[in-house]
Design a protein around this ligand. Structure first.
Ligand code: PLP
Length: 391
């Protein structure tokens, strides 16, 4: 997905003021500052513009999964603290250390590779101990913790690493009352105590993802580590929107309008047959652009103040909406909103969460999946800079 200042046929407009607003909401709820998670190209919103907007709004630090994502932020001139936590064997820790990336380690093997890189580069590596306190995914496994703690103490004593932070990731953060949340925090505290006994004192602890940052201030510790909420999606839809504003609006230009007679099938397989003479519009948005094919027949698009149902199969490049017998006042070149926030005083626009609910997934997958021919555009505070530099 590229960036253009003009409005492309398929456009993901990202409101950087919404990003800033959301950082403020999270900071207030959590009562601590924010590590804005900008992995996966800022959940599809563009990592560099989002990072800048979040930092301007008071986010203290940034987080990414891959080191390459962190290095790309550095290459764009961002000098904030960045922690990166997903590394495969052969990860370029030399580059990470040279770029002053905080490397979160998930095993004694990763620590050994970081120590070797620190010796090669002659630079003390800043590291975070990412402990698997119950997620069962990445993070230092329980049975490898004693070894890792021992190795950490030794590496710190010889100046190869500086342990800056302890982190863990919640398995059930979106169930605020799940006892596992508290247990995971307790296990992380116990791991920190182990390190203190070995003479290593972590400076910071962070645990909370978006749902926990908004609902469990008791787990906020020194920093919270939200992704989804930064982008304005609710991490617990049953509990409302928490005052967050979705940052992304996906719009498509009406490419073609045509009359079709009653009985005419629409799109592959003729899964929708016009029940009456009607007018349909073709939009240049398809599954190659991140509009899930499973959404066929299960979404509405908004043009002007009216909602029109999607009809027939969503194709690779295009989809069709039914404008009704009178054509709904829609003209070729009008813009259809596929999802986004609802502007004040206007009819409700579908959200990424609506799409997710319709097909049994989560909005994380919808917004981070916008791709292909979709072009990102930036509006709001900082948009001028973003339009010039984003990739
Ligand atoms: C993705 C991720 C986050 C952010 O999670 P959200 O649910 O989007 O807030 C935080 N920490 C880690 C380790 C992650 O992988």
């Amino acid at each position: 997905m590229t960036v253009s200042t003009s409005t492309a046929p398929l456009t993901a407009t990202v409101d950087l003021s919404a990003i800033a607003h959301n950082v403020g909401v999270i900071t207030e709820c959590a009562g601590t500052s924010v590590i804005a998670v900008v992995k996966a190209n800022g959940y599809g919103h563009g990592a560099v513009p989002v990072a800048r907007a979040a930092l301007r709004a008071g986010a203290a630090e940034l987080g990414t999964a891959h080191l390459a994502e962190a290095l790309a932020l550095r290459a764009a001139g961002i000098d904030a603290h960045i922690t990166s936590w997903l590394h495969a064997p052969g990860a370029d820790f030399d580059a990470a250390i040279t770029a002053d990336i905080d490397i979160a380690i998930s095993s004694p093997r990763q620590l050994a590779a970081v120590v070797a890189a620190a010796r090669r580069t002659g630079t003390t590596a800043t590291v975070t101990a990412k402990v698997d306190t119950g997620l069962g995914r990445s993070g230092i496994a329980l049975d490898e913790w004693p070894q890792t703690a021992h190795d950490l103490a030794q590496a710190q004593a010889e100046g190869a690493v500086r342990l800056r932070a302890m982190m863990c990731h919640l398995a059930c953060g979106d169930e605020p009352d799940n006892p596992l949340n508290t247990e995971q925090a307790q296990r992380l505290d116990a791991a920190a105590d182990d390190l203190r006994r070995l003479g290593v004192v972590p400076e910071l602890t962070h645990i909370a993802n978006s749902p926990a940052a908004l609902t469990r201030p008791d787990l906020a510790r020194d920093l919270v580590r939200p992704g989804l909420a930064v982008y304005g999606c609710s991490p617990i839809p049953e509990q409302g929107d928490f005052g967050l504003i979705p940052a992304m609006t996906l719009t498509a230009e009406v490419a073609l309008i045509k009359r079709i007679p009653a009985g005419q099938g629409v799109s592959y397989g003729h899964r929708w047959i016009a029940p009456r003479d009607t007018v349909v519009a073709v939009l240049p948005a398809g599954y190659a652009d991140g509009v899930p094919r499973l959404l066929s027949g299960r979404f509405d698009a908004v043009v002007g103040d009216r909602r029109f149902p999607g009809v027939g199969r969503i194709c690779m490049d295009q989809l069709v909406i039914d404008l009704g017998p009178d054509g709904g006042g829609v003209r070729e070149g009008d813009r259809a909103v596929l999802f986004g926030p609802t502007p004040a005083g206007r009819p409700r626009v579908p959200t990424a969460a609506d799409w997710a609910a319709a097909i049994g997934t989560i909005d994380y997958e919808i917004v981070s999946g916008v791709r292909g021919r979709a072009v990102r555009r930036y509006v709001g505070d900082g948009a001028d800079e973003a339009e010039g530099t984003a990739s």
